[in-house]
Write a protein that binds this ligand. Structure first.
Ligand SMILES: *Cc1c(COP(=O)(O)O)cnc(C)c1O
Length: 467
């Protein structure tokens, strides 16, 4: 039985304490408080000794999975390890001690960091300038689409109300376009997972504001026809928006600006040393090509110096790697993904067998153990079973192109040994599925919580102890 099978409230015994304080003359001050401010009864805190409190918090901290505790191959999220020195830079007292309302002339250092970041990101992406207003990837998409609209409106080109989005797009793309008041036109992918140029051609016309793409796309595939797509979209008067959340494998290798994109966002909280997920602060700077620069909003940093800690981590990360090494990050991320893909494709269905970039998608198990009267193991079962072996589950059931999608993104920071042990466990699970799918249906077996009702857990979580 694990220690945390008992809650700290259940360990409570009346009169047990974890502290002793010297009698103090200050104790009398409670009497000086007006009655209206005093509690009617003592708070219902558990009465336990010091070691129980220490174990309570230490065990709680270990119930959380993080990239510091294990491999986290979450597709489309780039959950790479972020070097601790970047945290130290962001925590330097000169930065953390800044007052949000300090006069501009006393925060020249902040301004310099933003200016330098503008230059660094422009060099990495081939864009002209960046705005640091957006605080997330999706926020960047909306900002970028508003810039696209401004661009057309400034030219009196008012009929451009539609935006083309590939069927493989990240869900935020059509969502941002809809929030921006644009109509969404879906362009199909071919069997090989790439945008179908022939299906794109008839969609183009004087009503098209532009196209939103990510390259590599959400299947981890590089859109080889991007030059032709750019020429076609520009030819009809539209602009190209680049969803740069997937920039990791291209760092120092290819630049969206050179592919023909006019507007893009980056996820600093993915690619540039701040973890994604968990709902923490983010940063989704938007870069634009020359002709869109006049439409950038002023100022280019959000209130109170923006999410400055994220900018600092990204700045430290870029300077630390430098021009030569930053391309190693992208290349290693690509190598790791292909290594896992090739090592597992005899156990898991690989719908698109070509070379991938930073991530790839399996479509469930080849042998899921299904037989008469016994249902086979699903992608959900595989993901849950991985938790038993101490790995975070990959992204599942996304992208929507496949029914049993498992989307794996190992990132560049994992050693060969870690990749090998993940591959070993994935193979073991495939064997378990063939032999005993029932056991997988009830996995995980070793975690504090098994299979919560995911809707209730998200919508009506029980966060408080009820005696
Ligand atoms: C993560 C991601 C986004 C959205 O970024 P948020 O910061 O979560 O809003 C958009 N597009 C792609 C391809 C992504 O992977």
């Amino acid at each position: 039985m694990k220690y945390y099978d008992k809650l700290i409230f259940e360990l409570s015994k009346p009169g047990r304490t974890g502290y002793s304080l010297p009698a103090s003359s200050a104790c009398g001050t409670a009497d000086a408080l007006p009655d209206g401010l005093k509690r009617g009864a003592a708070p219902a805190l558990p009465e336990v000794c010091e070691i129980d409190v220490v174990r309570h918090y230490t065990n709680l901290s270990q119930m959380n999975f993080g990239v510091d505790t294990g491999f986290y191959p979450l597709g489309s999220c780039t959950m790479k390890y972020n070097p601790k020195i970047n945290e130290e830079v962001a925590a330097m007292p000169g930065f953390t001690g800044l007052h949000p309302l300090q006069p501009a002339e006393t925060v020249k250092g902040v301004q310099t960091v933003y200016d330098e970041m503008d230059k660094a990101l422009a060099a990495i992406t081939g864009m002209k300038h960046f705005t640091f207003l957006p605080c997330a990837g999706a926020h960047g998409e909306l900002t970028g689409l508003m810039l696209m609209r401004e661009y057309h409106m400034s030219r009196g080109d008012l009929a451009r109300t539609k935006v083309i989005v590939p069927d493989s797009a990240h869900g935020t793309n059509p969502a941002s376009a809809a929030v921006c008041g644009l109509e969404i036109v879906v362009v199909k992918s071919r069997e090989n997972g790439l945008v179908d140029v022939e299906s794109l051609k008839p969609l183009l016309g004087p009503d098209i504001a532009g196209i939103m793409m990510t390259n590599p796309n959400t299947l981890g595939l590089f859109e080889r026809d991007i030059k032709e797509i750019a020429a076609l979209v520009h030819g009809c008067g539209g602009l190209l928006y680049y969803d740069g959340a997937n920039m990791n494998p291209l760092l120092g290798v290819v630049r969206p600006g050179d592919m023909g994109f006019d507007i893009m966002h980056l996820n600093l909280h993915k690619t540039f040393s701040t973890p994604h997920g968990g709902g923490g602060p983010g940063s989704g700077p938007v870069g634009v090509a020359d002709r869109v620069v006049p439409f950038l909003q002023i100022p280019r940093v959000s209130g109170f110096h923006g999410n400055f800690g994220i900018i600092l981590r990204a700045y430290a990360y870029i300077l630390m790697l430098g021009r030569e090494n930053i391309r190693m990050a992208g290349r290693l991320a690509t190598l790791g993904a292909n290594y896992i893909k090739e090592s597992l494709k005899d156990c898991y269905k690989l719908p698109i067998p070509t070379v991938c970039k930073h991530e790839f998608v399996f479509d469930g198990l080849i042998n899921d153990g299904a037989r008469e009267g016994v249902a086979g193991a699903t992608t959900l079962d595989v993901a849950k079973r991985l938790l038993d072996y101490g790995f975070h589950a990959p992204t599942i059931y996304f992208p929507l192109l496949f029914h049993q999608a498992i989307m794996i993104e190992p990132t560049e920071t994992e050693s060969l040994e870690t990749l090998d042990s993940f591959i070993g466990v994935m193979r073991k699970i495939a064997e378990e599925a063939a032999a005993d799918p029932e056991m997988l249906h009830s996995a995980p077996h070793n975690t504090p919580i098994g299979r919560p009702d995911e809707t209730t857990a998200a919508r009506q979580p029980v966060l408080k102890y009820a005696a």
